[in-house]
Design a protein around this ligand. Structure first.
Ligand code: ZN
Ligand code: ZN
Length: 426
C-alpha cells in the first residue's frame, strides 16, 4: 500500500454520470429492494452485489466474515480508498406501496416467519457503491490507486464489522488510506449532510436472562415468577436515564424484546430481555451498562431468584466522530459537486453503526444521504424543515421509501467525489 500523501482537492464539477451506469445501478437497487434478507443471511444479496461489482470492472472476493464481499478496482500505483455499504435488511413488513416493494419473508432465530424489508436504505447504499465503482472505472484517466468496495454483512445486529475484521479483512486486502460510507436519512433527496460532532452513537446490546422457579398459576407463592420479575426489571431500568444520568448527557435505554412463558396457566422458569443502550460518549455508555447490571441483579435478589441473572453483551460499538480534516475535505468536495445549498449540517443523533469498528485507526468519513422525494417533502405536514423531518417516515419504518430517482445519483456522486479526494492526483 502506498502512503496517501496529502489528500487532493477534487476537481469539480466531475464528469457527468453515464446514463448506462445510472440505469444499471437503478435496476440493481430495485432488485435488491424486492429481495431483502435478514442479517447474517445475505446470500442472494451478496451474490447479486458481487455480480454487479464484476460488471463494474472489479475483481471480486466473496464469503468474508460471513457473506461479506470485496470488489477491487486497481488503477496503478496510488492510495487505496474503500467504500463500505451494508448487505442486510430488517424484519419489517413493507407498507410503501412501491411497485418493487418487498413481499419477502424469512424465519427468525426462533423459527417464526417474519416479513423482511430494506427499511434502512442499505439497498440504496449497495447500488450507489456499485454505481461509484462503475463511474470511476469509466474515468480511470482521472485518478490513480486502488478502489475497494466492501459489502458488509450483519450491520443491523452490529456484528458484521467485527466478523469482517476477525476474518482478516485488512490483512487480505490491506488497510485503506481512506474509508468512506454514507447512510440514507430523511433529508430531501439530492442532498447530503455532514456532522461536526459525533455522527453515530455508541451502542451496547445486552441479552438478559432471568431465572425464576416455574409452577402452577394457582400457586404463585410456591414459585418465583420470572414474568413479574421481568416487568419489574423493565420499569426499574427506565429510572436509570430518567433519574441517574445527568440531564445534559445524551443517552437512551430501550428494552426492545421481552420473552417469557408459553401457557397462561403455567408460571415459566425463565424470562429474557433484549436491552439496547446508546450514548454519545463511551464513558456514559459504560456507566449506564454498569447501572443496568446492578439494577438487574438487585431486582433478582429482591424477587428471590434462585440463580444469578446472566447478562451477555451481544454487541458493542463505539460512538463515531469522523476525522475532522477528512470531513472538511469531503464537505468541500461535496459542495463543489452538488453546490453548497445541497450540503447540510447533520446534528448528532443516537443512531448507531458498527462502521467505527471498521474505521478504527483509518482516516475515514461518513455522511448522510437524503432520500425524501420532492412530492413527499411538500406533502409532509409542518411549516418548518424540523417539523417536516419529524413527520416523515424515518429509517426502520414500514413506510420508509427512498426516492431513488434523485437519491441514487446523489449517492453515486457523493461516493465518487469523496473517493477522488484521495485518488485524484494533485
Ligand atoms: Zn438500520
Ligand atoms: Zn442502516
Amino acid at each position: 500500500m502506498v502512503s496517501p500523501g496529502p489528500l487532493a482537492t477534487a476537481r469539480a464539477p466531475g464528469p457527468a454520470l453515464d446514463a448506462g451506469v445510472l440505469a444499471r445501478a437503478g435496476s440493481l437497487y430495485r432488485d435488491l429492494h424486492a429481495h431483502p434478507e435478514l442479517s447474517g443471511r445475505e446470500e442472494r444479496t451478496a451474490a447479486r452485489f458481487a455480480a454487479a461489482l464484476r460488471e463494474a470492472g472489479c475483481a471480486v472476493t466473496t464469503g468474508i466474515g460471513g457473506h461479506g464481499v470485496v470488489g477491487v478496482l486497481a488503477n496503478g500505483v496510488g492510495p487505496a480508498v474503500m467504500l463500505r455499504a451494508e448487505l442486510d435488511a430488517l424484519p419489517v413488513a413493507e407498507r410503501t406501496g412501491l411497485p418493487y416493494a418487498s413481499t419477502a419473508g424469512a424465519l427468525d432465530g426462533e423459527g417464526r416467519r417474519v416479513p423482511v424489508m430494506h427499511a434502512c436504505g442499505h439497498d440504496l447504499h449497495l447500488a450507489a457503491a456499485v454505481g461509484a465503482a462503475a463511474h470511476l472505472d469509466r474515468v480511470r484517466d482521472r485518478w490513480r490507486g486502488t478502489l475497494l468496495v466492501l459489502g458488509q454483512p450483519a450491520e443491523e445486529t452490529l456484528t458484521g464489522a467485527a466478523a469482517l475484521i476477525e476474518d482478516g479483512l485488512y490483512e487480505r486486502f490491506g488497510r485503506p488510506d481512506l474509508l468512506l460510507a454514507q447512510h440514507a436519512a430523511p433529508l430531501p433527496a439530492g442532498m447530503v449532510a455532514h456532522g461536526s460532532g459525533p455522527m453515530t452513537a455508541g451502542c451496547v446490546t445486552l441479552e438478559v436472562t432471568l431465572t425464576g422457579r416455574g409452577g402452577h398459576a394457582a400457586t404463585p407463592h410456591l414459585c418465583v415468577d420470572p414474568v413479574v420479575l421481568a416487568a419489574t426489571v423493565v420499569v426499574q431500568l427506565q429510572t436509570i436515564v430518567a433519574r441517574q444520568v445527568g440531564p445534559a448527557e445524551q443517552v437512551t435505554l430501550t428494552v426492545g424484546s421481552l420473552r417469557a412463558g408459553h401457557h397462561p396457566g403455567v408460571i415459566p422458569e425463565e424470562a429474557t430481555l433484549g436491552v439496547t443502550i446508546r450514548a454519545l460518549s463511551d464513558r456514559a455508555l459504560d456507566d449506564v451498562r454498569d447501572r443496568v447490571v446492578r439494577t438487574v441483579r438487585g431486582c433478582c435478589e429482591a424477587a428471590g431468584s434462585p440463580v444469578e441473572p446472566v447478562l451477555q453483551v451481544v454487541s458493542r460499538t463505539p460512538a463515531y466522530r469522523g476525522d475532522p480534516e477528512v470531513a472538511a475535505r469531503l464537505r468541500a468536495a461535496h459542495e463543489r459537486t452538488f453546490g453548497a445549498d445541497r450540503v447540510a449540517w447533520w446534528p448528532s443523533s443516537l443512531a448507531a453503526e458498527d462502521f467505527p469498528l471498521l474505521a478504527d485507526g483509518i482516516p475515514s468519513g461518513y455522511w448522510m444521504l437524503g432520500v425524501v422525494g420532492p412530492r413527499q417533502w411538500r406533502a409532509a405536514p409542518g411549516g418548518s424543515a424540523a417539523e417536516k423531518l419529524a413527520a416523515l417516515p424515518a429509517n426502520h419504518s414500514p413506510s420508509f421509501a427512498p426516492y431513488a430517482g434523485l437519491a441514487l445519483p446523489a449517492g453515486v456522486e457523493a461516493l465518487a467525489s469523496g473517493a477522488l479526494t484521495a485518488l485524484a492526483p494533485e
